[in-house]
Write a protein that binds this ligand. Sequence first.
Ligand code: AMP
Ligand code: ZN
Length: 115
Amino acid sequence: MADCLFCKIVAGGIPAKLVKRSDDAVAFHDIDGKAPVHVLVIPTRHLAAARNATGAEGERLLGRLLAFSAEVASELGLDAGGYRIVTNTGADAGQSVGHLHLHVLGGRKLGWPPG
Ligand code: AMP
Ligand code: ZN
């Protein structure tokens, strides 16, 4: 999508600190990290939010994104201490980029419930 920040990161038009890439997902460090590890996992194709991942292929993609996020967490050493995977959706959750993304947060004690 032409006017999407994360599509531009996928295409390499905007630089990002890449963690891992697959055929259908990219993981990169959040520019404003809220924890010692704060990585964003996004699909390479534009989807506004999880609800837009429809049909069998959409469901498979959501599964792969979650599995990919868990791989990223493992590779960044978070398995022992634990971590959180979360996706903000819509205004009440504070979604600020309209391209589906999973936050992988870890490296410190994470409060619950989130604010
Ligand atoms: P959300 O608020 O859930 O939509 O998350 C969007 C995230 O994208 C925020 O945590 C931002 O810090 C992060 N972000 C915004 N611009 C960039 C960028 N250019 N590179 C990496 N992360 C970014
Ligand atoms: Zn996009």
